[in-house]
Ligand binder design. Structure first.
Ligand SMILES: [Zn+2]
Ligand SMILES: [Zn+2]
Length: 263
C-alpha cells in the first residue's frame, strides 16, 4: 500500500531534499539528519528500520495486536453464529407454541360443540317423548268421539224410524251402552296432555371471556449475560383448559300421568 512506498523512500517533510532516516521516540516522528541536528539533538532517536522491525515483532507477537484482532474476529463471528442459532431456536419455540394454541383452541371448540350437541339431543329426545304422549291422547280422543258418534247415529235411527216395539226391546241395551261410553269419555278427558317444563339457563358468556379458555401467553424479556449477548423473549404458555366452562342446565319435569286407553 501507500504505507510501504512511503517507508521505503520518504523525504523529510521539512527538508524536501533529505530522506528520513531516524525515528524520534520523544516527538514520535520520522526525521532526517538535518532535523536531528536542528530540533532533535539529545532526543531518543533510533534508526527507522530498527523501530519498524521492533513494531512488526510486537504487532505479530503472542500478545500482539494482530493475534488479538484475529481472536476478536472469531469471537464476533461466533457471536453472530450464536445469535443465528438462538434466533432459530426461538422461532422454533414460537412455532411450537402456535401449534399448541391452535390445538388447544380446537379442543375447546370441540368441547363446546359437544356440549351444544348434548343439550340439543336432550331437547330432541324430550320432544319426541312428548310427541308420543300427544299422539296417544289424540288417538284416545279420536276413538272416543268415533264411538259416541256411532252410538248417536244408531240411537237416532232407532228413535226416529224404529217401531215402538223395537225401541222398547233395545232401550235397556242403549242406555247401558250410553253409560259405558260416558264412563270411557270421562277417562279420556281425565288424561291431559302435559309436556315437560323445559328450562334453559344460558352460560355466563362474560365470565367465559374473562377466563381466556385457550390459555394465557406471557412474554418476558431476558437481559443478556453481557452487553454483547443476545436478549430474547421467552415465551411461556400456561394452559388452562376449561373444558367445563359452559354450564348448561336443562331441567325437565316430566308429567307422571301416562295412560293408554282403548274405547
Ligand atoms: Zn529534516
Ligand atoms: Zn525529537
Amino acid at each position: 500500500m501507500e504505507l510501504n512506498s512511503h517507508m521505503r523512500e520518504s523525504s523529510c517533510d521539512i527538508h524536501k531534499d533529505k530522506q528520513v532516516e531516524l525515528y524520534c521516540h520523544d516527538c514520535k516522528e520520522n526525521i532526517c539528519l538535518k532535523c536531528l541536528s536542528v530540533n532533535h539533538c539529545g532526543h531518543n532517536n533510533v534508526e527507522i528500520s530498527e523501530v519498524a522491525d521492533n513494531f512488526k515483532l510486537r504487532f505479530n507477537g503472542d500478545d500482539g495486536d494482530d493475534k488479538q484482532i484475529v481472536s476478536a474476529i472469531s469471537s464476533v463471528r461466533e457471536q453472530s453464529e450464536q445469535t443465528k442459532q438462538v434466533a432459530a431456536e426461538f422461532r422454533n419455540k414460537v412455532e411450537d407454541v402456535k401449534k399448541k394454541v391452535v390445538a388447544t383452541g380446537d379442543l375447546v371448540k370441540r368441547s363446546v360443540d359437544d356440549q351444544i350437541n348434548d343439550v340439543l339431543m336432550k331437547l330432541e329426545s324430550v320432544t319426541s317423548e312428548s310427541d308420543k304422549e300427544e299422539q296417544s291422547v289424540q288417538e284416545a280422543c279420536k276413538l272416543g268421539v268415533e264411538s259416541m258418534e256411532n252410538f248417536r247415529t244408531r240411537s237416532r235411527a232407532l228413535l226416529d224410524k224404529g217401531r215402538p216395539s223395537d225401541i222398547t226391546r233395545e232401550a235397556d241395551e242403549l242406555h247401558d251402552r250410553a253409560t259405558e261410553l260416558l264412563s270411557q269419555s270421562n277417562d279420556v278427558t281425565a288424561v291431559k296432555y302435559c309436556p315437560p317444563h323445559v328450562t334453559y339457563t344460558p352460560a355466563d358468556v362474560t365470565q367465559v371471556k374473562r377466563l381466556s379458555v385457550v390459555g394465557e401467553l406471557t412474554t418476558e424479556t431476558q437481559p443478556g449475560v453481557s452487553y454483547l449477548l443476545h436478549s430474547y423473549c421467552c415465551i411461556r404458555v400456561p394452559y388452562f383448559i376449561f373444558l367445563c366452562f359452559v354450564h348448561v342446565d336443562v331441567c325437565f319435569q316430566m308429567c307422571t300421568q301416562r295412560h293408554n286407553f282403548l274405547v
